[in-house]
Structures are given as structure tokens and as C-alpha cells.
Design a protein around this ligand. Structure first.
Ligand SMILES: [Zn+2]
Length: 89
């Protein structure tokens, strides 16, 4: 067994992704670049302003908002701006 690199679902070894949409999402996600300064600025803003900035950023680059949000959250955790929610318990 192998895992879909996007949704982490178990898939057959012969497959790279579980579905076409996971494949598309995965490649769109790795194409998303979040500049460090932009990321740092986001986390100095109140939550509502941060949301507005993220939406504008997604429109400007034509990236899907949900994927961009995931990416930003991932980077923010990596940079230590927020805690990893999966580690909380
Ligand atoms: Zn998948």
C-alpha cells in the first residue's frame, strides 16, 4: 500500500494519486509560493484583516483559496507563527 500525497488516503502501489482531483490539487498546492515577508505580515494582522489579505492574494495569483489557506497554515506552522493544531491535545 501507498498513500495519496494530497489526501493521504491509502492507494495501490501502482497509483500515484487516489483521484484526478487530488493530482490537480497536489500540483496546484506545490505551485503556490508564499513569500516570507507576506507571511510574516499576515500574522501581525488581526484575523479579519488576515482573511482579506489572503483572499486578495489568492485572486491576484489565481490560486484556489482553500489550497492557499492550507499552504499558508503549513508555512506558518513551519515558521513558528502558529501552533500545529494536530499537536494539540
Ligand atoms: Zn487523494
Amino acid at each position: 500500500m501507498s498513500h495519496c500525497p494530497f489526501c493521504k488516503k491509502k492507494i495501490a502501489m501502482s497509483k500515484a494519486f487516489c483521484s484526478r482531483s487530488c493530482k490537480e490539487n497536489y500540483f496546484q498546492l506545490i505551485a503556490i509560493q508564499v513569500p516570507k515577508l507576506f507571511l510574516r505580515r499576515l500574522y501581525t494582522l488581526p484575523k479579519e484583516d488576515r482573511e482579506v489579505e489572503i483572499e486578495q492574494f489568492s485572486h491576484r495569483h489565481g490560486w484556489r483559496l482553500d489550497l492557499l489557506r492550507n499552504k499558508i497554515e503549513e508555512e506558518a506552522i513551519r515558521m513558528g507563527y502558529i501552533e500545529d493544531p494536530t499537536l494539540k491535545n
